[in-house]
Design a protein around this ligand. Structure first.
Ligand SMILES: NC(=O)C1=CN([C@@H]2O[C@H](COP(=O)(O)OP(=O)(O)OC[C@H]3O[C@@H](n4cnc5c(N)ncnc54)[C@H](OP(=O)(O)O)[C@@H]3O)[C@@H](O)[C@H]2O)C=CC1
Ligand SMILES: Nc1nc2c(ncn2[C@@H]2O[C@H](COP(=O)(O)O)[C@@H](O)[C@H]2O)c(=O)[nH]1
Length: 328
């Protein structure tokens, strides 16, 4: 690893615009044989997405990944989405029952369009076995495997048959992995993404650490095809987290998938809970993300997402906010 930096350390350098209006810039992305409006996916976490929001996103042309924390509901979910002509995109773990679940889907002739293998330390034999198992029983499902943080891991999971890998260990807002274990890509997630992307021959999802809409463009610049986001999507009207009112202000909960709130016990806890200010309907955020990304594309001197890939950048360590914070 030569260069180490994170999102706040980078500024992309503008190139001459070729569009008359930012509305000419196309933010759509092709991923897994489908085209989506944005290169963005809400995190597959229980306080970020539920069945209702998944259906809303799919109906409106956005990518989604359903979480895996109510395993008994997944089969019916796949059936329901597909009977409505919508993409079925689910998550699995790697414990014994999960292998059975894949067999059950195959037995019922159900092929989810996307299956994400979602565990903390994705560079492992259990994930490699699960990739092979899915490819064996459901060869047409697009398999996303993660999470990882090194080029070796990306190569190994791709070699096992993964169609995409998810990069990010410890950069999440409700993550405490870096504190509890000393490991991860927290603090240098963008550099880790760059490092992994150089080794990848298939798409990468950058996962965790996105704090501003500009970070989406930066992820694309450093090799992501898709960007997974938790905290920026928390706190919306549709967010499944509990709503609380404090001093007249409305907040919604956002907790880690490895927190005691998710697990129901204090064992191997690597996540925490926070409260996020209520943000209104999620569509407003999605529209604003699209507009900001259109603007990013125009600054890149292009009219398509891929034009961001080649822009120059500078490293301005910890200084892009210059003392400012974003307050709308
Ligand atoms: N992106 C990130 O930085 C992180 C994300 N998470 C999220 O938390 C959720 C729970 O994750 P996870 O605990 O993996 O899921 P599970 O509890 O389903 O564990 C998956 C399997 O991997 C084993 N396992 C877990 N951690 C490790 C490790 N460090 N080394 C070897 N084996 C391991 C577990 O066994 P055993 O429990 O007995 O060890 C279990 O068999 C997921 O949604 C995950 O994405 C969690 C931490 C970091
Ligand atoms: N270390 C942990 N990481 C977690 C946990 N739950 C989720 N996550 C990861 O965070 C991102 C979202 O990050 P954000 O910065 O956008 O909020 C999510 O997609 C997971 O990869 C956890 O308990 N511990």
């Amino acid at each position: 690893m030569d260069l180490v930096f994170d999102y706040e350390d980078i500024q992309l350098i503008p190139a001459k615009s070729i569009v008359k209006s930012r509305s000419e810039c196309d933010t759509t992305v092709e991923f897994g044989g489908h085209t989506f409006k944005l290169p963005v996916v809400p995190a597959n976490m229980q306080t970020i997405i539920d069945e209702k929001l998944a259906a809303f996103l799919a109906e409106n042309g956005y990518f989604y990944i359903m979480h895996r924390f109510q395993p008994e509901k997944r089969l019916a979910f796949v059936k329901d989405m597909q009977s409505r002509g919508l993409i079925a995109s689910i998550s699995v773990g790697v414990k014994e029952g999960e292998f059975e679940f894949i067999k059950q889907l195959a037995e019922e002739n159900l092929t989810p369009e996307f299956i994400t293998i979602d565990i903390a330390h994705g560079h492992s034999n259990s994930v490699i076995e699960m990739i092979k198992h899915i490819k064996n029983h459901l060869p047409k499902s697009f398999v996303i495997a993660g999470n990882v943080g090194t080029p070796e891991a990306v190569r190994e999971l791709e070699h096992a048959g993964a169609d995409a890998t998810k990069v990010g260990i410890g950069p999440g807002k409700v993550c405490i992995t870096k504190i509890k274990t000393g490991f991860g890509t927290g603090g240098w997630q963008l550099a880790a993404l760059r490092w992994c992307a150089k080794a990848a021959s298939k798409p990468i999802i950058a996962d965790g650490g996105i704090r501003t809409h500009g970070d989406i463009a930066k992820s694309i610049r450093f090799g992501a095809t898709m960007v997974m986001i938790g905290s920026l999507f928390a706190g919306h009207e549709e967010s499944p987290g509990e709503t609380v009112i404090r001093d007249g202000k409305t907040y919604k909960e956002y907790f880690g998938s490895a927190s005691e709130y998710q697990k129901g016990e204090r064992k191997n806890v690597e996540g925490k809970k926070m409260y996020v200010e209520y943000k209104g309907p999620i569509i407003d955020t999605l529209i604003e993300m699209e507009q900001d990304l259109q603007s990013s594309i125009s600054y890149a001197g292009g009219n398509k997402l891929k034009d961001i890939r080649t822009v120059d950048y500078v490293i301005v360590k910890n200084s892009i906010f210059n003392g400012d914070r974003i307050i709308y």
